[in-house]
Design a protein. Sequence first.
Length: 173
Amino acid sequence: MTRKYFLLLVVVTFSTITFIKANQVDEVTLVKPYPMINFNLPDLTGKQVNSQDWADKIIIINFWATWCPPCRKEIPELIKIQNQFGSQGVQIIGITIDKLGLTKKFSEAFKINYPLLMAEEKGMALSLKYGNHIGGLPYSVVINKGEVVIQHSGELTYPAIAPHIKTLLRTKK
């Protein structure tokens, strides 16, 4: 009798998880604006870059790693976002948790069109300061006029973020 209940529990749990995943809304979280955290990190050439270098832009900071499947899956979306909105004042900045060699190879293979900064193990601490309380990757924040206005845990998709970018661009003018 307990075996039947156990099997029923497994089937119900699996069905529930499948239903939830199939019906998830791809949303980002609008947050009460708080000040951008200033940081200095090296780019892929070793040059130190300050986050204030992009202060006049709408910034999407994406924390990621080459070994992270959802991170790898979202890279084409980020490239698309940068292609579409970069000339309008949007700048994606990838902050990687990886080593330099892996990141360079990955960047070349995926033809990443936005700056990548090397944070290695310091990256997770920085993402925590930006609200990544679960410590997961990928994790993204959107900064407008020096304030964080959106946080997103998990894969960032074009359909989820594009309407918000368009709204921010309209209010930027």
